[in-house]
Design a protein around this ligand. Structure first.
Ligand code: ZN
Ligand code: ZN
Length: 269
């Protein structure tokens, strides 16, 4: 039985004879059902027409993204630490080449995902590499493919192998999380932000929204909370959710300026 994948959000459901009736993640006001309606694919059909491409963003950090782009089109990040490899955010495709390459790199010590839009086929990755899959407990009800590998964490932060820290930053989702990598940016630190802190097109600032495709803003309290959540962490670079959405330097000040800018417009008379 195939584990069907929603072609709009890329999230995979438990193996079944037939696809689910609907995708709750796409029915949610933060995502959307495409004009052509809800459609599904299978891992085999996806692998037949797509592959995963790799790019080294900097030493110790590999981007992995599916090409041609599928569903939301994010790329994942593989952080290589002395305590093993950690996958940040999910894709929908785990093909044979990706399995072989990751095994040659030492497999995975952990997977962590920022929020449900990037869940993809995360359970397949966790099962293949026999590693824990970290999700923030606030999004427990969005984990539509349950699995023993899923570890729900709660509280403000969660330590991962290699000195990495998950940071809870509710806003886009109740369980929204970001990842701090102290070894990033040549030791100045990097924030892997998914779209919780959404790196903007200028690659110098960021935005904060409840829904990006449907233009639903976050209120001032939530924006402040996101700024406060990352304030204790040192970082110079911010890796957003797409290949080119990276604030290369001065990232911490860029996030602070972006929080102040958002609050200015949210609170303008
Ligand atoms: Zn969906
Ligand atoms: Zn999202």
């Amino acid at each position: 039985m195939p584990a069907f994948i929603c072609t709009a959000c890329g999230v995979q459901y438990p193996p079944a004879e037939a696809p689910p009736d609907s995708c709750p993640i796409c029915q949610d006001e933060r995502q959307y059902i495409p004009p052509a309606g809800q459609q599904w694919t299978t891992p085999a059909r996806l692998a037949a027409a797509h592959r995963n491409a790799w790019h080294q963003h900097e030493p110790g950090l590999l981007g992995i993204g599916t090409t041609p782009a599928f569903a939301i089109g994010q790329r994942a990040l593989l952080i290589r630490t002395a305590e093993g490899n950690v996958l940040w955010d999910g894709l929908s495709l785990l093909d044979d080449a990706t399995v072989a390459l990751l095994r040659a790199l030492g497999g995975l010590a952990a997977i962590a995902i920022s929020h449900p839009h990037y869940y993809g086929n995360m359970v397949e990755w966790a099962q293949t590499f026999g590693c824990p899959l970290w999700l923030q407990a606030g999004d427990r009800h969005w984990a539509v493919r349950p699995d023993p590998a899923i570890c729900f964490w709660s509280g403000a932060t969660q330590a991962l192998p290699g000195g990495l820290t998950l940071i809870h930053a509710p806003g886009h989702f109740d369980g929204a999380a970001m990842l701090h990598w102290p070894g990033g940016a040549e030791g100045r630190g990097a924030l892997l932000s998914g779209d919780i802190v959404q790196v903007a097109a200028d690659r110098r600032t960021a935005g904060f929204m409840r829904s990006y495709p449907n233009w639903i803003p976050l209120g001032p309290a939530a924006v402040r909370r996101i700024g406060d959540a990352v304030a204790p962490f040192a970082f110079d670079r911010v890796y957003g959710a797409w290949w080119d959405r990276v604030i290369e330097t001065d990232g911490k000040a860029a996030v602070e300026r972006s929080v102040a800018r958002a609050l200015h417009w949210l609170e303008a008379p």
